[in-house]
Design a protein around this ligand. Structure first.
Ligand code: DLL
Length: 434
């Protein structure tokens, strides 16, 4: 089953023709409307009309998260705000998040792309889809929601959290497909156990999971415990959100929606293309976005291109599971955080030192638990009363939670008790076994 058979099964030569045409029009759009790209193209003597082959893309400069930060909030938009009908955001490396915008056409195309992935993952218009991803600035909830409506499935906008209510809705509304993060799916399985509910009594058939790293072992556990077929979905707000790539029921890599995104895998250090099949950094160029096109965006995600055709009949290339990051970004319950964001908050709290370590664990019910060990100033530890220490802990926890949307547990530790390193400080200790 396909949502867009004409494109999803397009032969390679025709697809490349479509990509080249769309790339040319994107390059013209950004050269005309986005000062950063115009400047960079001029400096390098790049004329978008000279583009004759897809390989020419390598002549273009990369775009990084820093470029987005320096142009916060709207500096990289290629249309006036009047034409923007939606704004979403993703975490920034420090302080402010990154804002992304969509025109009416962008929203429509985005919905079509998540609809494709839903169909690839087994969902049809006869399904009842519970979207248990956060609805808000995060692209996950609304991204999949519109895809369900476009497909014609019945969507339950459950959003994230409230696990017992999620299970009750699943039972009463006879949910047949679940969309959430993989760790939340396992957590829901635990909640069902606690409630004495046997998942075989539910109507679940398919699960689309993503937004955070997971493993094949986790897939097997989710499938066995929830009695559904689970597929992996990748997306990134700066490029669009969910809808960039997703698995079909062959479960053998994620098909990239190549008629809308140009894929490159590069060596993170040199920026040169890696040999086919080698692991490198995923670099994406949008081919159809109007409001927020990005050229050669360094996603920071590590993966590789998989070889050979897929038995599902889709001709789009496949990438392997996302296996890590080139930077120190972490994902806690599906939300991205950079250690530098934690540091910026600590620097701002009196009595706290910017010496810290983030410990990531998974609790018995499969949820991420993030603890920040914070060195307190000598005074706060030695002469500070328990109540002032507790007040400081509460203050840091409140700020981390309200500014980063992640609930961290904070523990104050003695000055100089966090190991110092001669090179890069080890800011994150990840014990989640991913
Ligand atoms: O997480 C979009 C999304 C929502 C994808 C729902 C799938 C489902 P951001 O919040 O911008 O967007 O986070 C993007 O999350 O750069 C990866 O590091 C990580 N990530 C996303 N999907 C996967 C996945 C959404 N399937 C960042 N496996 C990316 C591993 C993933 N990591």
């Amino acid at each position: 089953m396909y949502f867009d058979p004409e494109y999803e099964r397009m032969d390679r030569a025709t697809l490349e023709g479509v990509q080249l045409e769309r790339l040319q029009s994107t390059l013209n759009r950004v050269a005309r409307n986005v000062p950063l790209y115009r400047r960079r193209f001029e400096d390098l003597g790049i004329d978008p009309d000279d583009f004759r082959s897809l390989d020419d893309v390598r002549r273009l400069p990369f775009t990084s998260k820093t470029d987005l930060r320096e142009n916060y909030p709207y500096g990289l938009f290629a249309v006036p705000l009047r034409e923007v009908v939606r704004l979403q955001a993703s975490s920034g490396t420090t302080g402010k998040p990154t804002v992304v915008g969509y025109t009416r056409n962008d929203v429509r195309r985005w919905a079509g792309l998540t609809a494709r992935l839903l169909v690839a993952g087994g969902v049809t218009r006869d399904d009842v889809v519970q979207v248990a991803l956060n609805y808000g600035l995060f692209t996950g909830g609304l991204g999949f929601h519109y895809g369900c409506e476009t497909l014609g499935a019945s969507v339950i906008p459950a959003s994230s959290g409230g696990s017992k209510r999620q299970v009750m809705v699943m039972q009463d509304y006879r949910t047949t497909a679940l969309v959430c993060t993989p760790s939340y799916a396992l957590h829901l399985a635990d909640v069902m156990d606690e409630m004495g509910l046997n998942p075989t009594a539910l109507s679940l058939r398919f699960g689309l999971f993503g937004a955070e790293p997971w493993t094949d072992a986790m897939r097997r556990e989710i499938e066995e415990r929830l009695h559904l077929s689970a597929t992996d979905n990748y997306g990134i707000s700066e490029v669009m959100g969910p809808g960039v790539a997703g698995e079909c029921l062959e479960k053998n890599g994620l098909h990239v929606n190549e008629d809308h995104f140009l894929v490159e895998i590069v060596d993170p250090a040199s920026g040169d293309p890696v040999a086919p099949g080698e692991v490198g950094e995923l670099v994406l160029t949008t081919l159809t976005k109007e409001a927020f096109p990005v050229i050669r965006y360094r996603t920071g995600d590590l993966t590789r291109l998989l070889d050979g055709p897929c038995a599902c009949g889709r001709t789009f290339c496949r990438i392997g599971r996302l296996i890590g990051r080139t930077d120190d970004m972490i994902t806690v319950r599906g939300i991205n955080v950079f250690p530098s964001q934690v540091e910026a908050i600590l620097l701002d709290v009196e009595g706290a030192e910017p010496h810290y370590q983030i410990i990531l664990e998974r609790d018995a019910s499969h949820l991420d638990v993030a603890t920040v060990l914070v060195e307190a100033e000598e005074e706060a530890i030695v002469s500070g009363s328990i109540s002032t220490q507790q007040e400081m802990i509460r203050k840091i926890e409140r700020r981390l939670s309200s500014e980063l949307s992640v609930s961290f547990k904070v523990r104050l530790v003695e000055p100089r008790s966090i190991p110092r390193s001669e090179g890069k400080a080890q800011r994150v200790v990840d014990r989640r076994g991913l």
